[in-house]
Design a protein around this ligand. Structure first.
Ligand code: C5P
Length: 206
């Protein structure tokens, strides 16, 4: 079974994807980490984020072992990721990687922005997560403060709103639910409640 899980920044899809992967025994790929890794490597190499040739070269050589780097989780890397994510050849290289992962025996849950629309349009179940900007900013702020980062709620709110705007308005693979995606609004749901609803959606639609 392939499950596509899409949604905006800090919508809770990462936590939900991990729980669903454990529940169903599926492989799990956080595709945002791939875009974050390209952004990190571009910054480390001193490249401008719109240098498409350099970014495409980096995207073709992603090292899966480097996806656990805590540096990927910073707000700065997230913001930089949405800039490299606009580049056509970066997306092409990373989509290749993602499709190979999704086709593994035993199935996978793949989370991102364009999984149901572009990466795995034939996924068995597509879920699109939503949550208000306020709730997402609160969640992400709590997470970053707990991880020891010194950043204000207002700054996080502004970053999330800016990232949403970039992700929704870009011409290639914008953040938009697939026509056959099931919508799950987690604004008023804790993780356990969201997990329960997701299981119900999967069981009735797989
Ligand atoms: O999900 P996460 O916040 O880690 O994603 C970081 C950025 O990577 C997003 O803001 C988006 O611009 C980009 N991304 C994307 N397509 C995906 C996953 C992430 O464009 N499938």
């Amino acid at each position: 079974m392939i499950i596509a899980l899409d949604g905006p920044a800090a919508s809770g899809k990462g936590t939900l994807a991990k729980k669903l992967a454990a529940h169903y025994g599926l492989g799990h790929l956080d595709t945002g980490a791939l875009y974050r890794a390209v952004a990190r490597d571009m910054i480390d190499a001193g490249k401008a984020l719109d240098d498409e040739e350099a970014a495409a070269g980096i995207a073709q050589q992603i090292d899966p072992a480097s996806l656990e780097d805590p540096e990927l989780r910073t707000a700065e890397t997230g913001a930089a990721a949405s800039h490299v994510a606009k580049l056509k050849s970066v997306r092409a290289a990373l989509v290749n990687y993602q499709r190979k992962f999704a086709e593994r025996p035993g199935g996978a849950i793949v989370e991102g922005r364009d999984i149901g629309t572009v990466v795995c349009p034939g996924a068995d179940v597509k879920i699109f997560i939503e949550a208000s900007t306020k709730v997402r900013a609160e969640r992400r702020h709590k997470e970053l403060v707990e991880a020891g980062q010194d950043i204000s709620y207002d700054e996080i709110h502004a970053q999330i709103a800016a990232r949403d705007e970039l992700d929704r308005s870009r011409t290639i693979s914008p953040l938009v639910p697939a026509a056959d995606a099931l919508l799950l609004d987690t604004s008023d749901l804790g993780i356990e409640a969201a997990f329960k609803v997701a299981i119900e959606l999967i069981e009735t639609n797989r």
